[in-house]
Design a protein around this ligand. Structure first.
Ligand code: ADP
Ligand code: 5GP
Length: 181
């Protein structure tokens, strides 16, 4: 069986960037593909970044009890399919779930062996600058995402590990120390 890791952190903190570098250096890990009702950003691809579903399609998966966990974040729904996680772990893959803090703590309840890792920004101003610098969200979406930061950081005290993403290379090394030991 593969090992299960859950990574969370405020929107714009650099989770995607960090994981891309980590995965390029550690190909034995696999990033789970979640379902979402949010619209794809430029360059995002169905089946690679997310499975992009309509509200109805997402609701059907909830009704059929197909999600390991799901949560509403910033006005959209996001969920991880049980069968997907079971298949990857049984194939021996070390699987990474990138989840919001509510989803992550739900996974920990169901699968206590999962290791929870929270990525912190060096400061709130730097977080805002990164989120704005990405140019992917509307002002309304940026405000919603920044507003959830405080509650997420509070929930992160229940995580197994916390890493500050200041210098990217150092943060990847810390991730490797935790995940590859
Ligand atoms: P998330 O996936 O957490 O929402 P992203 O990976 O999209 O965040 O990163 C948000 C922005 O911050 C991107 O423009 C990215 O290039 C930048 N970024 C990520 N990590 C760092 C870092 N350590 N230092 C400076 N900028 C960073
Ligand atoms: P984004 O819209 O920026 O891709 O993701 C927004 C938030 O949703 C991030 O905090 C991300 O970690 C979280 N997320 C992505 N997939 C899932 C999922 O399957 N379940 C839960 N609970 N959160 C998810």
């Amino acid at each position: 069986m593969g090992k299960l890791f859950v990574i969370s952190g405020s929107s714009g903190v650099g989770k995607g960037t960090l994981l891309k570098l980590f995965l390029s250096r550690n190909p034995e890990f696999k990033l789970s593909v979640s379902c979402t009702t949010r619209t794809p950003r430029d360059g995002e691809v169905h089946g690679i970044n997310y499975f992009y579903l309509s509200q109805d399609e997402f609701q059907k998966l909830i009704d059929n009890n197909e999600f390991l966990e799901w949560a509403e974040f910033s006005g959209n729904r996001y969920g991880t399919q049980k069968a997907y996680v079971e298949k990857k772990l049984s194939e021996g893959k070390n699987l990474i779930l990138e989840l919001d803090t509510i989803g992550a703590l739900n996974v920990k309840k169901i699968m206590p062996e999962a290791k929870l890792i929270f990525i912190l920004p060096p400061s709130f101003d730097e977080l805002e600058a990164r989120l704005r610098g990405r140019h992917t969200e509307t002002e309304d979406a940026i405000q919603k995402r920044l507003n959830s930061t405080k509650a997420e950081i509070e929930r992160s005290t229940q995580y197994d590990y916390r890493i500050v993403n200041d210098d990217l290379d150092k943060a990847v090394e810390e991730l490797e120390n935790i995940m590859c030991s």
